[in-house]
Design a protein around this ligand. Structure first.
Ligand code: GLY
Length: 395
């Protein structure tokens, strides 16, 4: 049945061993508190390693190569966002100072309209900063960013356009876009323009209608005609194949619908998050240690790379889902989140102090088919790991 029985057996054994050691309750909280102390020191180091006009992008522990980005890169808001989470937890004055500096770097991007990633860029950063400080100038920045993102809504497609037209796509709408809806919905829910929430709801509904396979796994990219609004094809950019279930895409979809349920209380969003969770949890190649392979349909499973970023995002989403579910489902979500957090806290994934360029987690996969960011540290793996740890500690 399996082309590589040895690897399959090995993976099962490793997974079983890891699962057997999965922590929970006070023991896991103790471990997560230690991780967060480590994170505070790592992020001071990461700050030192990154010039004041750049943001961290990725780090390869094998070669020691650090890649930085400008503030238009879709991930640029994760570094300030993680710093704000770490400040919230530690109240460390040095971290606050760095968080304020790195936040201000992002401010000009409130006017950015070059892609759909304003939510990642401006809500993970300014959203957290505003939540923690209540600074009214941060709120103004969030409102402006929502206005910028709303310019990308395409009425004919009933969706927000993810990327501008290119030789690859005419009008791409990617499932990752579910993550940018929180910015829009939060602004409307908090006294801002109600049109933003309408756009977010319309986009979320279109995504439910068109973006999922019969088994509830999400396609990565839908490409439309801008002129007619016709859906031209279902395809991928970072996944293994056009119809494959790219792991981070599933994570974004599950997290995105969970957030939309929190913000609207529309039960169909919770149902959709549960359906995606069922796809993940019942998949024969969802590892017992909880950190997914980079694509659920990758050709050489289980001999494929893991994606720690997908694990972090899923852990955080599963923890929020425990607030909205009951019985066996709630229990399964909690135990899966605990398993993922335990695995990510192991030496295999968690960096030792002073290593990994200052990033926390190793072993994420950005875009394997494009040979980009393969088996490296990534800002969003750290961001959602820290978020998930804070969520668990509040339980
Ligand atoms: N576009 C977001 C991602 O690479 O996951």
């Amino acid at each position: 049945m399996y082309k590589r029985p040895f690897f399959f057996l090995l993976t099962l054994m490793v997974s079983f061993a890891t699962q057997a050691q999965s922590l929970s309750g006070a023991a896991l909280k103790q471990k997560l508190n230690a991780n967060l102390q480590l994170a505070v020191e790592q992020y001071k180091l990461l700050h030192q390693n990154i010039p004041a006009d750049r943001m961290p992008q990725n780090f390869d522990i094998k070669t020691g190569k650090m890649v930085t980005s400008n503030t238009k890169w879709w991930c640029a808001g994760f570094f300030p966002g993680t710093l704000w989470y770490l400040y919230e937890h530690s109240r460390d004055a040095a971290i606050l100072n760095i968080a304020e500096q790195r936040l201000l770097q992002m401010e000009p991007q409130k006017h950015f309209t070059g892609n759909h990633d304003l939510g990642f860029m401006m809500y993970c950063s300014f959203g957290n900063a505003y939540r923690i400080t209540g600074n009214p100038s941060y709120r103004k920045t969030i409102d402006t960013a929502a206005m910028s993102l709303a310019t990308r809504f395409r009425p004919k497609i009933q969706s927000i356009q993810s990327w501008d037209s290119s030789k690859n796509f005419r009008c791409a709408v990617i499932v990752d876009n579910m993550m940018n809806l929180e910015l829009l919905t939060w602004v409307s829910n908090n006294g801002g323009d109600p049109r933003f929430r309408d756009i977010a709801v319309t986009h979320a509904n279109s995504t439910i209608e068109r973006h999922f396979r019969p088994d509830n796994a999400a396609f990565h990219v839908l490409d439309y005609s801008l002129a007619s609004g016709e859906l031209l094809r279902k395809t991928t950019w970072q996944g293994y194949s056009d119809s494959s279930a790219w792991a981070r895409g599933q994570a974004w979809a599950m997290y995105g619908y969970t957030t939309m349920y929190r913000l609207t209380k529309d039960k169909k969003y919770l149902d959709q998050a549960n359906k995606i969770a069922d796809f993940v949890l019942n998949h024969k190649f969802f590892p017992a240690d909880g950190v997914p392979y980079w694509d659920f349909d990758a050709p050489n499973l289980p001999n494929e790379l893991r994606d720690a970023s997908a694990g972090s995002i899923m852990a955080s989403a599963f923890l929020e889902l425990t607030d909205y579910t009951k019985g066996a489902r709630k229990k399964k979500y909690m135990s899966t989140a605990e398993t993922i957090l335990t695995t990510l806290s192991s030496d295999e994934y968690l960096a030792k102090a002073g290593t990994n360029g200052g990033f926390l987690l190793k072993h994420s996969v950005g875009a394997l088919p494009l040979k980009g960011e393969v088996d490296v540290a990534l800002t969003y793996a750290d961001y959602y790991f820290v978020e998930a740890m804070l969520r668990y500690l509040k339980k």
